[in-house]
Design a protein around this ligand. Structure first.
Ligand SMILES: [Zn+2]
Length: 341
């Protein structure tokens, strides 16, 4: 539950503002106390600010985007010292939501910076936050046994969790991130159920990715088989576009396999571009890579830019290169088997 009224205007959650993940609860009408950019930037003014009392107040921290990085420490120290009931901070560009494993000791709203000049009025706030401790969730695993070498694995992974809801009205659907990756997994499972693979093909749908790659971390640390048995692993996360091709994380770490991927694409013309990228701890392949499992993380480029917001919907996701990408992954996986058996 949440609500924000500025003067007479009721602002729309998910569009005009969002609640900072981990925010505490608050309810009531408050006068807004504005802290100017100068107060934050100039050391003497900032020192004076640190001496003042803000308990029980709603404090609006005004600063422009170009100072967001350099003010990070000061803002954090100020919040620690001020102990205000709530903070209003500017959201620049688009609203991008995430989730948190840690509760904050204050409430906070990220307000579109276009509304920042209009906060000369009272603010009415209502946030009911609940911190779920020890929330239990699950990874989902399936496999299709290899016809020739069943005790070696080709692994396809994708995370099935996303951000869920911010209150009762705002839903962050995650069509691209990562229903698209899970759809890819299901397509691949369907294919291999009809075409017996050489090695066993394992499908892992991870939970807890958005909270910090928690599902894949758990899996790797409690692996039900020797991870050395993995011939190759491909993680798909955000694969619903592709008119500008794909990016392959770990391409430079596994140049031989990357070359194999490119050769298939050159022959079949599945995708307009395959871009190489180095290692990056930005999705579920990460923990496997840390354990020396050869792996790629693939995402598509171009198309709709919705990300961690209410606009990442199935209805507007083009899926323009979904089938060609699926073909590419099948050819790649099948090519891992030795030739001329
Ligand atoms: Zn994702």
């Amino acid at each position: 539950m949440y609500g924000l009224t500025l003067g007479k205007r009721y602002l729309l959650p998910g569009i005009d503002y969002q609640v900072t993940p981990g925010s505490g609860s608050i309810e009531g009408k408050y006068k807004i106390r504005r802290i100017s950019e100068r107060d934050l930037l100039q050391s003497k003014r900032y020192d004076r600010l640190m001496q003042q009392h803000f308990q029980g107040q709603v404090v609006q921290l005004c600063y422009r985007q170009q100072y967001a990085d350099s003010l990070r420490n000061r803002l954090s120290n100020f919040k620690q010292r001020a102990k205000a009931a709530a903070y209003i901070v500017p959201a620049f560009d688009k609203l991008t939501w995430h989730i948190s494993t840690k509760p904050l000791y204050y409430s906070e709203i990220q307000l579109k910076s276009t509304y920042f000049a209009q906060t000369n009025s009272d603010i009415q706030l209502k946030i009911d936050a609940e911190y779920l401790q020890n929330y239990e969730t699950r990874n989902v695993v399936g496999y299709i046994s290899g016809a020739v070498v069943p005790d070696s694995f080709v692994v396809f992974t994708a995370h099935y969790d996303h951000l869920g809801r911010m209150g009762s009205d705002v839903y962050i659907p995650g069509a691209n991130d990562n229903a698209s990756g899970i759809a890819m997994l299901l397509n691949l499972a369907k294919h291999y159920s009809q075409h017996k693979p050489y090695y066993t093909v394992l499908f892992i749908a991870f939970s807890g990715e958005e909270l910090g790659l928690l599902g894949s971390k758990h899996y790797v640390h409690n692996a039900p088989f020797d991870l050395k048995k993995i011939k190759f692993l491909v993680n798909t996360d955000i694969v619903g576009t592709g008119n500008e091709g794909i990016t392959v994380v770990n391409a430079t770490e596994f140049p031989h396999q990357f070359q194999h991927l490119q050769q298939i694409n050159q022959r079949q013309q599945y995708l307009p571009l395959i871009k190489q990228r180095g290692k990056a701890a930005n999705s579920d392949h990460h923990w496997f890579y840390e354990r020396q499992v050869p792996c790629f993380f693939i995402y598509t480029m171009g198309g709709i830019k919705a990300y961690h917001d209410i606009y990442d919907r199935a209805g507007t996701l083009p899926l323009s290169h979904f089938v060609p990408l699926c073909r590419l992954l099948i050819d790649f996986a099948d090519g891992l088997a030795p030739r001329d058996e």
